[in-house]
Design a protein around this ligand. Structure first.
Ligand code: HEC
Length: 99
């Protein structure tokens, strides 16, 4: 529970006010703040959360848009993905994924 609450707080703070700006200003710092609290990779507490940097950008985009639309069901990712525009999720997939 503590991990989830911390993740959601990190997500909300830096992105407030960005949701309505179409050309998504997503960079490494943004995804580090919004995503890496859960998707760090490697540590035991995070071992059950998928690692993002080992997946292609196309695969990440498909999953993120699926979480947003509801065609892909998760625990927390549906709520998180709905906090972003589709353009922002595409930009995140580009930043996080392999070519
Ligand atoms: C509160 C913890 C948490 C945060 C913060 C978080 N995620 Fe997730 N993520 C998860 C969990 C848990 C899953 C497994 C699916 C589920 O249960 O929702 C997941 C799954 C995913 C997947 C699917 C990976 C796969 O191979 O199935 C993607 C892509 C993803 N997250 C991207 C992101 C991005 C991008 C961010 C930042 C905007 C983010 N996540 C922030 C916990 C988190």
């Amino acid at each position: 529970m503590g991990v989830f609450r911390a993740g959601v707080l990190l997500l909300v703070v830096p992105l407030t006010g960005m949701a309505s700006e179409p050309p998504a200003a997503i960079d490494q710092a943004t995804v580090a703040a919004a995503c890496s609290s859960c998707h760090g990779g490697g540590h035991s507490a995070e071992a059950r959360i998928p690692r993002l940097g080992e997946q292609t950008a196309a695969s990440l985009e498909r999953k993120l848009l699926g979480f947003r639309s509801g065609s892909l069901q998760g625990t927390v990712m549906n709520r998180i993905a709905r906090g972003f525009t589709e353009a922002e999720l595409r930009a995140m997939a580009e930043v996080l994924g392999t070519p």
